[in-house]
Design a protein around this ligand. Structure first.
Ligand code: GDP
Length: 444
């Protein structure tokens, strides 16, 4: 119902852009028809814009008016990028009823591509929105000079503004509580490698990042607490990453550092904040590598037994916290002694490659036919629904859609079976993976 058009600077991760609220689209007394007066105002706003976020309500499900707005956008926002955003979708990837995922399928039928599920209230899904906008905004992103003082749009029309996400090199965040050894680890990693500084290829021109070249592959480090500025004078200082979720959005892979000595003394191997971070990383579809540091401190006469105990405790705890991921990579290192560097980087790249996997539809469907025939008896067959085919709709993280026909939906246990079989047969365990279903009913 907002009449005034509000405008402000938006921050999402490290993206900065102008955001304009529209006048809102009111309807006339006639059912589902958009009132021309407010539509005119909104169309005028579009003249200034590059991208439209088309918001629909996940809790209410698709309404006839959503389809009207879709049609209207196709007509009046033709030259803009439209991103379909499914709001109020908190808990979508852990919702046992699958209702929200079903709405996601319906939303897809609006014809604006894969919807981005978010919760404006809890902040869930903002990472997906970030990924999407990062690609779309490209050169249209605002150039922030002095603490947001001067805002100016960079010229949006030189070259293509849509970037292939595959051109963005691996972004790695090193996260953990203070004193677990993040800076020591970072220094150990950087000491051995050719350090890359300067504007990162393909991203905001003025963003200077630190990165390195590992066996010919580029890695950029996500600055989770402003250590880069400080590092000039005092070496790389600790990242207070627990408070830096927003910056973590940029990360593709998060290395969560734990302290082995503390684990050997504590009852549980992960503190609440560490478990919360691990869950958040997975929920946001990022890869997680757990690094247990300070293994050198587990010495003394029972050191072998203590090491065993630490290794077992961390593996069990991670499995308990993230049962759906299966096999989160764990590395046991000593940053101080420089031990375990390549183990970390190998796990990081393995996860990153899995995370970027794309499987061709034909191959997937040959696989599906085989896998469904070996479905165990405990897996429920759908209620009036039958699987027609499967396709991978996106990578980073791999996201699959199972198309079903019939009046119902396939059972959650069947979707879980498909997800675990995908992991097993295509070597995709240890990273978050999404399997959604879409019914022919959604595309009426
Ligand atoms: P941060 O706050 O997580 O960045 O932690 P720091 O890297 O500043 O390390 C905290 C303390 O732990 C420092 O005194 C380090 O020397 C020490 N430390 C870091 N890594 C190791 C390790 O692998 N073994 C041992 N024994 N000490 C470590």
């Amino acid at each position: 119902m907002t009449r005034d058009i509000r405008e402000g600077t938006a921050k999402l991760g490290d993206l900065r852009f102008r955001i304009l609220d529209t006048a809102g689209l009111e309807t006339t007394a006639e059912p589902n028809s958009i009132l021309s007066r407010t539509a005119g105002l909104t169309a005028a706003v579009f003249q200034k814009c590059h991208t439209v976020l088309f918001l629909v309500d996940a809790r209410a499900g698709m309404q006839p008016l959503d389809a009207d707005v879709g049609k209207w956008l196709r007509r009046y926002a033709k030259s803009l990028h439209t991103v379909l955003v499914l709001n109020k979708a908190e808990g979508i990837h852990s919702d046992p009823s699958g209702k929200l995922l079903a709405v996601m399928g319906e939303a897809h039928s609006l014809g604006f591509g894969e919807p981005v599920a978010v919760s404006a209230e809890t902040g869930e899904g903002m990472t997906d929105l970030f990924d999407c906008l990062q690609r779309l905004l490209g050169k249209a992103e605002i150039h922030v000079t002095d603490q947001e003082a001067e805002l100016q749009f960079q010229d949006a029309d030189s070259e293509s503004s849509v970037m292939d996400s595959m051109t963005i090199p691996l972004q790695l965040a090193i996260a953990g509580r203070p004193n677990v050894g993040k800076s020591t680890l970072l220094n150990a990693l950087l000491r051995e490698e050719r350090v890359l500084t300067g504007p990162e290829p393909g991203l905001t021109r003025d963003a200077v990042r630190v990165g390195f070249d590992y066996k010919g592959k580029q890695v950029y480090l996500v600055d989770t607490a402003g250590w880069m500025q400080r590092s000039k004078v005092e070496g790389l200082v600790a990242l207070g990453a627990m408070h830096a979720r927003r910056n973590l959005m940029r990360a593709h892979i998060v290395a969560l550092v734990l302290d082995a000595e503390e684990i050997s003394k504590a009852k549980s191997s992960m503190r609440h904040s560490e478990a919360a971070l691990a869950r958040w990383v997975t929920q946001e579809g990022r890869g997680l590598v757990v690094v247990v540091n300070k293994m050198d401190l587990l010495s003394g006469k029972d050191s072998a037994a203590v090491r065993e105990q630490v290794i077992r405790a961390v593996s069990e705890e991670i499995q308990k916290i993230l049962p759906q991921v299966d096999g989160v990579p764990l590395v046991f290192v000593s940053a101080l002694k420089g031990r375990g560097r390549s183990a970390i980087m190998n796990r990081v790249f393995e996860s990153y490659e899995k995370w970027c996997t794309r499987l061709p539809t034909a191959q997937l469907n040959r696989w599906l036919a085989k896998v469904m025939s070996r479905r165990p008896s405990g897996v429920e067959r759908g209620h009036g629904a039958r699987i027609r085919y499967i396709t991978q709709v996106k990578a980073r993280p791999p996201t699959f859609v199972v198309f079903v026909t019939g009046s119902g939906r396939i059972d959650e246990s069947e979707l879980r079976f498909i997800a675990s079989s995908l992991k097993e047969d295509f070597n995709l365990s240890g990273i978050p993976l999404r399997v959604l279903q879409r019914s022919s009913e959604d595309v009426r």
